[in-house]
Design a protein around this ligand. Sequence first.
Ligand SMILES: [Ca+2]
Ligand SMILES: [Ca+2]
Length: 464
Amino acid sequence: MTRLLVICLVLFLPEMIFSQERKVDTVRVFYLGGQSNMDGFGFNKDLPDDLNKELNDVWIFHGNPAPDDSEKGGKGLWKKMSPGHGIGFSSNDPINKLSERFGAELSFARKMQSLYPDEKIAIIKYSLGGTSIDTAATSAGTWDVDYLGKNGINQYDHFLNTVRNAFSKKDIDNDGTEDFLVPSGIVWMQGESDAQREDVAMRYYENLKKLMGLIRATFRSSDLPVVIGKISDSGQSRSGKVWAFGELVQYGQEKFVRLDDHAAIVRQTKHYKHSDAAHYNSEAYIDLGERFAQAIFDMNAPEVRLLSKATKGKISITHKPSDKYRAKGARSLIDQKPGSKYFDDESWLGFEETDLAATIDLGSSQRLENISIGLLQDVGVWIFFPEYVEISWSEDGKSFNKPQRMEHGVSQREFGQLMKRLRLEKKIQARYIKVYAKNVGKCPDWHVGAGEKAWLFVDEITVK
Ligand SMILES: [Ca+2]
Ligand SMILES: [Ca+2]
């Protein structure tokens, strides 16, 4: 080998490695949490035949429910969805102990399969009966992140453990292909334990907002859809009310979904029949799961209702992003996870002076309707929207059409953290998509970094 060739190889090797992408399956994952009406008190024996069995192609990671201070919360393993994930379930990894009961997860999973027929579905569940989201109501366990209790372990930690353990498995269905989990929604059925004391019930909205923010952050998606199950009262007590301050909690739940742009509520609960004073009956849990699934599906904006076709494809990029801002590599550009307005949230790819030049191979020629790219401007930290974005496409990967240029129309003097998605709406047939974003190159004359290298930040390219 000549010396020159060796040098060339050494120079180009990092980019070649960077461009390699391995095959992965994309799986939509949903988190189900709360207290006992999320645990589920339905009886397996009441299930119709089509639900009273293992479901194919839908998986559940059910974290071991444990009291505060326990070291065992959140252990678990991926299994095919089946009855038995209701109250009484436990897991000590490597063994799941199924119970005679089920909750909303079963019909939720089946409904999700029908709503997303071409996609793989997975559920992460962690809930514990009697738990509250307020520090003051800790008798059966609390989800309050700031409550440190005896040794600093509570429901929130068990939830985190569950998610950590679930995501640590790279091939959830053991079929030899790595599974890439795309968080797609949160279901929260809880509040009864917060409805027993007036002061706690009064704080429900603030507590719920905080906790949902934390759960969304755990899944690294600040606008992940949240669906709330509205608590209801069976009336089965001497006073006629099981939950003395239930209305205050309901008010907090309604307020949350009214003020949050990505939240919905299932109110059907008030019509449900009960199996005991605090819990719904089998029929109700089946209905509840289906309504949760439909609510999340409806909430997903049309553009994310169907997964980006890019996510199942391969991406290669010509210029490496900076080592400082490379997220998880080129694949982060098609992982369905948008960045936040913070450039250092590890979901943005940052290019210092260089351009983004990406090619996506969808694997087959497909009918497409739009292609979009997400961008960030934060001129205080030298990040500018690109001069322009160009998109071109091809069926054979060789002859591409004339690039279609898009501009953002935002001044470079626009300070603050601005996010913008440029979208090309066009009905086309293509297998290969090229997306090019032109870095402005240098900071402008008036800027504190005048003449220095400018940054280009990109978080996600979608193809639909
Ligand atoms: Ca797999
Ligand atoms: Ca992304």
